[in-house]
Design a protein around this ligand. Structure first.
Ligand code: BG6
Length: 498
């Protein structure tokens, strides 16, 4: 199905996200024939650009960051649909009147049929001004019957429960929830979507996908990069808000949710939000004993010496912002009661890897000497999200020979071995879905609020507690020792496939 003709308006068109992600994704969709015949892309930001300036800058961006190589003929066809509107500010009503006129003109010249996809790719302070200004000039409603208007909102969505609620209330005052598409780009990743396919299109694992057979679940989202040039944002935010509250919790919901009755946006999101609401809240004791925070000091990553977080440009020398979090949570429902979910994420870890390890219980009786003598590997299902998408199951087998010696081997599925075509970028899928009007892979208001409800007490407690003894892990290591102790207490240890 091709999406309807439409105009997409990108607020923040001169920003990094547009250059690195949105424009390359739109161009990739175009070259794959996934965009409609008639469309227009209208950049909106404060930079004083003409249509041609916008086109040239975007050409460079696609050449630099695009997944598909730039083809001159195709680019020229695509670029003819790029337009730009220079604004005074995101709350400047006259600009929105000009925007409305411009969109009406594009409906005529480009045949965009009155359909509008507004994309807020700006810093979060601009979200409310954009939404309210759109409402003030009537752009929250389609200009004619049968047309549609949708709003895509980038992260971060709030900084705690109160701000997320306030933001939801103000957006919902102007747009109906069914028009709102909140981005979490992890949901656009191919291997993340495959979690749903794997769980709900196979009969093999679902019967054992519960506390009777699974002993623990681990989610690792590790990055080797540091804070890069984003200290201004990151130092106020930290890893709990930047990664755990959104991306890691989304992974938790997909692993833990009940089978939905259909693959429909409401059915899927109803089940996801139930998971978030079933997680046991963190009380003071849990905050102290089940959540570990870390900050990197100087170290060596990929054989290169790197600075510590406090020495990074734009970071206060006594910053107490966490660049690492490990935690244990419990989902209090019949499927999962008593099963630890361990989550960890951090910057400046040894390498970039996102992986989920589902660890199954040991066999009830160990009949082989070798099994009793050595601590045998349990069956582990590794769901690899990046950089090598795939899944692997460890199975114990007998080593050929005269004695009963056992060893774990891997049953592997790897995307690159099974499919010849390249894996699309997360933003390609998400832009296409928003354009098609499919909200399954977007976050509903109640999901953001449920997740913030869980972590806001943690953020508040951290404010009250004496500052941690940072830095507490060297760049290029797997985080502070307390993260290992968190699992060791239960006789567990972090697992990674490679
Ligand atoms: C973003 C965070 O949401 O996700 C960044 O703000 C982080 O700090 C990034 O680096 C990680 O995304 P990915 O797709 O590289 O895993």
């Amino acid at each position: 199905r091709r999406p309807d003709p439409a105009a997409i308006v990108i607020f923040g068109a001169s920003g990094d996200l547009t250059r690195r992600k949105l424009m390359p994704a739109l161009y990739a969709l175009y070259t794959h024939g996934l965009l409609p015949q008639r469309f227009a892309i209208l950049g909106f930001s404060r930079r004083d650009w003409s249509d041609d300036d916008f086109r040239t800058t975007m050409r460079d961006a696609v050449a630099e960051f695009g997944r598909v190589p730039l083809d001159t003929t195709q680019w020229d066809e695509f670029a003819a649909r790029l337009f730009y509107l220079d604004a005074q500010g995101y709350d400047h009503l006259e600009d929105y009147q000009r925007l409305r006129d411009r969109l009406n003109t594009l409906d005529e010249t480009e045949g965009t049929d009155g359909n509008r996809l507004f994309y807020a790719a700006t810093p979060p302070q601009a979200f409310v001004p954009i939404v309210e200004s759109l409402g003030a000039v009537g752009l929250n409603q389609p200009p004619r019957e049968g047309a549609w208007v949708r709003l895509v909102i980038e992260k971060p969505f709030g900084t705690d429960l109160a701000s997320a609620r306030a933001l939801n209330a103000r957006i919902q005052h102007v747009f109906d929830e069914s028009q709102i598409y909140r981005i979490d780009h992890y949901l656009g990743k191919e291997a993340v979507q495959n979690l749903l396919a794997f769980r709900f299109a196979n009969s093999l694992f679902e019967p054992i996908w519960n506390r009777n057979h699974i002993e623990q679940v681990q989610i690792t989202v590790a990055e080797s990069i540091g804070v890069e040039n984003r200290a201004g944002y990151y130092d106020r935010v930290g890893a709990l808000r930047d990664m755990v509250q959104n991306h890691l919790m989304q992974l938790v919901t997909l692993i833990a949710m009940e089978p939905p009755a259909s693959f429909d946006a409401e059915a899927v999101r109803n089940e996801k939000v139930k998971v978030l609401r079933a997680i046991r809240p963190f009380d003071e004791n849990a905050i102290r004993t089940r959540i570990v925070r870390g900050q990197y000091g100087p170290g060596v990553v990929n054989e290169k010496p790197v600075r510590g977080y406090r020495e990074e440009e734009g970071v206060a020398p006594d910053s107490t912002t966490e660049t690492y979090v490990a935690l244990q949570l419990e989902i209090e429902n019949w499927r999962w009661a008593g099963i630890p979910f361990y989550l960890r994420t951090g910057k400046r870890l040894p390498r970039k890897v996102s992986e989920i390890a589902v660890i199954f219980r040991r066999p009830p009786l160990l009949i082989f000497d070798d099994q009793r003598r050595r601590k045998m590997e349990q069956n582990v299902l590794y769901l690899q999200i990046q950089p090598h998408e795939g899944l692997s199951l460890s199975v114990n087998i007998k080593i050929p020979g005269a004695t009963m010696r056992l060893e774990p081997v891997m049953m592997d599925f790897c995307y690159h071995g099974s499919f010849e075509f390249a894996i699309p970028e997360a933003y390609e899928r998400l832009l296409l879905d928003a354009w098609l009007g499919d909200a399954t892979l977007f976050i509903r208001a109640d999901e953001t609020e449920a997740s913030w409800a869980l972590f806001t007490p943690v953020l508040e407690a951290w404010q009250r507690m004496p500052p941690p003894d940072f830095p507490n892990y060297a760049a290029g290591t797997w985080g502070p020792p307390e993260a290992d102790e968190l699992l060791a207490r239960n006789g567990h240890a972090w697992k990674l496939m490679l």
